[in-house]
Design a protein around this ligand. Structure first.
Ligand code: AR6
Length: 173
């Protein structure tokens, strides 16, 4: 199967894909940013399911249903808080992406959409984070089990960074 990597700016909660990824926290019980938007759009049943998951380690990922979202599933992952870049942040962020893809493969999903994990409240520098995101996506695309890998920049500045990194990695998006 040919895997397309796409960049679709806007609100991830509106996307009709098999799974959207949530940039959650260790409690998995909701928060601000994209996490708040996803819980609001999915409805209260999401929180009920999340309570049964008993949290999530940083760098790991867990799957729930999508409830009122167009997406069938939500993959909740917990990105690292950026400190100075020498506390394992890049390995943890890479692990978030890898674990999300692992769940996608396990559940036979064909399309997945990612926000810029850790790049809001958690302070990860966008350029560094997008380099990790797109390079992991390029490797997964080469495994041919997905149809679509979608990245969702939330503003014009982020869109520019995704496009720059895609060009740097010679990806067709
Ligand atoms: N669609 C797509 N991207 C979005 C949306 C949206 N609807 N809303 C925000 N973003 P953040 P983090 C972008 O702070 O840094 C929460 O409180 C946003 O512009 O949501 O991983 C959790 O509960 C940014 O680029 O997540 C945690 O406590 C990106 O999503 C903590 O924040 C991620 O920003 C996690 O922090």
């Amino acid at each position: 199967m040919d895997t397309r990597i796409e960049i679709i700016p806007g609100d991830i909660t509106t996307l009709d894909v098999d799974a959207i990824v949530n940039a959650a926290n260790n409690s998995l019980l909701g928060g601000g940013g994209v996490d708040g938007a996803i819980h609001w759009a999915a409805g209260p049943e999401l929180l009920a399911e999340c309570r049964g998951l008993h949290g999530c380690e940083t760098g790991d990922a867990k799957l729930t249903k999508g409830y009122r979202l167009p997406a069938r599933y939500i993959i909740h992952t917990v990105g690292p808080v950026w400190h100075d870049g020498v506390r394992g942040e890049s390995e943890l962020l890479r692990s978030c992406y890898l674990n999300c893809f692992h769940l996608a493969r396990l559940h036979d999903l064909k399309s997945i959409a990612f926000p810029a994990i850790s790049c809001g409240v958690y302070g990860y520098p966008l350029l560094k984070a997008v380099r990790i995101a797109l390079s992991v996506a390029r490797d997964e695309a080469a495994r041919h089990y997905l149809q679509r890998i979608v990245f969702v920049p939330f503003n014009a500045e982020a869109l520019k960074v995704y496009k720059e990194v895609a060009a740097e990695l010679e990806l067709t998006v």
